[in-house]
Design a protein around this ligand. Sequence first.
Ligand code: ZN
Length: 351
Amino acid sequence: MSKSELSGKVQTVLGVINPDELGITLMHEHLLLDITCYFYESEYASVRSFKDIPFKPELTSKSYELYVHHLDGGRMYDESETIQEVTAYKNSGGNSLVDTTSIGIGRDPLGLARISRATSLNIIMGSSYYVTNSHPENMDQKTESQITNEIIGDITIGVKDTNIRSGIIGEVGNFWPLTKNEIKVLLASGKAQKETGAPITIHSGLGDDAPMGILNHLIRGGAKPTNCILGHLDTAIQSTLHFIELAKTGCYLEFDIFGWENTGMFMDDVINMPNDGGRLEKIIFLIENGFEDQIVIAQDVCRKWHLSRNGGKGYDHILNNIVPRMEKIGISESQINKLLVKNPAKALAFE
Ligand SMILES: [Zn+2]
């Protein structure tokens, strides 16, 4: 697929569609995934005992240990389980989603195509690389232009010999401060956008300056802010001034961890982990400041305990619980339509 063939279209794992065919779209989810790159060995024997035990819902009360000292909870390998879980989203009115799984965390083109066929959901697949600890061993040796060409190949030809093409660059993974290799990947991702017109989606590290710092590297590589989606803003930015500064660039502002309440994340950290109410307050603040055309949302389902079957909120939380709440707190129907339909359609269209 050439740049001109892709221009104005959205590329799903089953081919190219028009943006108005997307309907309700979640912008940042994971269907099949291995997120064990965050695992590290605990100092303590009692915690080490967690490492290899199979996930079970009762473990969720140990959630901080689950995030970093346990493997199985971060392995979403079961396609039939995923199909059941994501069908609940479809049955609630969902039509499309972005699987932001990038290289290094189990991206699975054939699996995504099978799930798309089984559920009739439009699925947009990622490309490029996640955070440093998921990079391949030879990442230091890879040049920026090699990475650029890998991304362009995934978008225009397909991943390896699958003929299944990525429709978005990312999630491009970043800590804050950035590592040397993360900067290289950001520059390559920016360049690949310039060459293909594909949108970019970002996993931001934590810090008021992080999203803007990351965006500046993308721009340096050749990206346009208006084709970039800055993710995890729920936690990345605490200061309203930084929100406004970022929004003024014209980039998309993504609140993508709806439903992550009491999951243990940042339990031991200085980061203020908002609940859904806090997320909605931030969204209303941005709407009131004139940025309703740039906001997109998701749930970033990426652990076994996020699934409904394990007591999590599942893929249908936003449609079943958050949309009614939005209506009650005065977000208008047309604004909700922007967050779920219109803004994703604009954000996912190739330039
Ligand atoms: Zn993610």
